[in-house]
Design a protein around this ligand. Structure first.
Ligand code: ADQ
Length: 481
């Protein structure tokens, strides 16, 4: 079989489209979140296959919808169906009540319910079956994220010989935190069934290696640089770090478009006075929105002379609404917006503009282009693509990026951004002031550095470095169809 018949097979919990009720029928809407933003341009028009859950419980016949979405996307989509109980135990349960909070160092949010583990393994086995039904012997199988840590071990049980790659989009926690996980040894052994395991940053890989050395008896680790080799149970596993990115050119070209210029004009019309500070996040407690509001409140307390001269626009995209802690966070955010606006609003000026919905690309870029300051302060983040999107879209090169030191993007962006500890209300408040008064020359210098680094290390650089390490190939070896 020639290289040209080799296909990319991507598996992630969700398909890049989600199914929603539309009266008596269904409609497919584009998925949200960093994984989709990053992977969609990689697979687009390459004739590969994306395997994942369509986002609703139960088995509904969506073959027509998937066929037309596949035709327009240029790759096939194959569904993995989940029943309501699977969603509760595997998705809401182990994935989002255990792994998500624990891997973001927020162990107090965890619910270590013993019944979750078996359900997680069963669904990973279901993903493995769908992958094995759809992958040819030459295909490159690339599994994504924390929902599917155990898919390779299930694929190997099915006799799969092909090498299987994995990329973790979220952080890997330090030993002390990981050690709390009741299934810590099982998880590590499952991850060692992959042939290559990729993390976002050196921090995450270092944490993973320390956990391996602590909990896996026969582990040995060799090599140095971006990719190391671990040996265990007679197998070799390569372990690297690959900071994910965005399609820089797509964002920067689109930011210059008429549509985005119009969107930016309307935003200015709406908020005519002063500078805009922008926060853009999925609804998630890891994104640090309440701390950010407290920091902005402190800034307003300390700088009464700057009232009316600065406005915080906080965009939140709805996410995981069926999980109670997310609903509580939404209520908390709304309460805080009401409280701060109630306290500081004056005629003609409202300090926080709060938007709770998914924005279209041009609208989102309109905000990126208009905002003088981006305030991106997650408590912890695998990478944070919003920080990179803001820089790519800031075509006037006059914006300032304030970024959490706990975002995976921080090591790459520290030379141009103002780095902050998101838990320090004083430090974030001071950073807003520093950004507000920074002169144009310094802003330009910093933004050029940021743009240079994101443009150089874009999503194609990321996918090529991963493919190169995994199978000694580049994306262009999977030619467009
Ligand atoms: P996320 O936690 O989803 O991703 P992030 O990387 O910031 O976080 O990506 C969010 C994506 O959603 C961005 O592409 C952004 O454009 C989009 N988005 C945000 N708000 C929006 C809105 N209101 N309307 C429309 N789109 C919106 C996970 C990890 C991250 C990691 C990524 C990729 O948690 O740490 O960077 O995967 O690996």
């Amino acid at each position: 079989m020639s290289n040209n018949s080799r296909k990319l097979i991507i598996a992630s919990n969700r398909l890049p489209f989600v199914l929603e009720r539309d009266g008596d029928s269904w409609k497919l809407i584009p998925g949200s979140g960093g994984l989709v933003t990053a992977m969609a341009p990689v697979l687009r028009d390459r004739g590969g296959t994306w395997i994942g859950w369509p986002g609703i419980a139960g088995k509904v016949d969506i073959s027509d919808h998937l066929a037309s979405a596949s035709t327009s996307a240029g790759f096939d989509m194959k569904p993995v169906y989940l029943e309501e109980e699977d969603v509760k135990q595997y998705y809401i349960g182990l994935s989002n009540e255990v792994l998500w909070p624990l891997f973001h160092d927020l162990q107090s949010y965890c619910n270590f319910n013993p019944s979750y583990w078996q359900a997680y393994i069963d669904i990973n086995a279901r993903f493995a079956r769908v992958i094995s039904e759809n992958a040819g012997p030459e295909d490159f199988i690339w599994v994504h994220d924390y929902h599917l840590l155990a898919t390779a071990s299930e694929l190997k049980k099915l006799g799969m010989q092909t090498s299987i790659a994995f990329f973790l989009h979220i952080p890997f926690p330090p030993l002390d935190i990981f050690a709390k996980l009741p299934w810590r040894t099982e998880i590590l052994h499952s991850m060692l069934a992959y042939d290559i395991v990729g993390f976002q940053t050196l921090r995450d890989r270092r944490n993973f290696l320390q956990c391996l050395r602590t909990f896996v008896d026969d582990i040995s680790i060799e090599g140095k640089g971006q990719v190391l080799t671990a040996r265990s149970g007679g197998r070799s596993i390569r372990i690297g770090y690959f900071p994910i990115s965005i399609d820089y050119d797509e964002f920067s070209h689109m930011a210059e478009s008429r549509e985005v210029a119009d969107a930016a004009w309307y935003i200015h019309e709406d908020i005519p006075k002063g500078k805009i500070v922008l926060g853009v996040d999925r609804l998630d407690y890891t994104k640090g929105i309440p701390y950010r509001f407290r920091a902005f409140e402190k800034f307003l307390e300390e700088h009464p002379d700057l009232h009316r001269k600065i406005t915080l626009v906080q965009v939140v995209v709805p996410s995981r609404r069926n999980i109670p802690v997310y609903e509580d966070l939404k209520i908390e955010i709304e309460r805080m917006v009401g409280e701060i606006n109630g306290r500081f609003t004056r005629s003609g000026w409202v300090p926080i503009h709060y938007i709770f919905r998914s924005l279209s690309r041009p609208e989102l870029l309109g905000y990126y282009r208009t905002a003088e300051i981006a305030l991106i302060t997650p408590l912890k983040d695998g990478m944070n693509l919003v920080a990179k999107e803001y820089c790519a879209s800031n075509i006037e090169q006059s914006g300032v990026l304030i970024l959490s030191e706990f975002a995976g993007a921080a090591p790459q962006m520290k030379k141009g951004a103002i780095l902050v500890n998101p838990y320090s209300i004083e430090e974030v408040s001071k950073a807003i002031f520093d950004a507000w008064r920074m002169d144009l020359r310094e802003r330009r210098m910093r933004m050029k550095k940021l743009q240079g680094s994101v443009a150089k290390n874009d999503i194609y650089w990321w996918v090529n470095s991963f493919l190169n390490v995994s199978i000694d190939r580049k994306l262009d070896d999977f030619p467009p169809v």
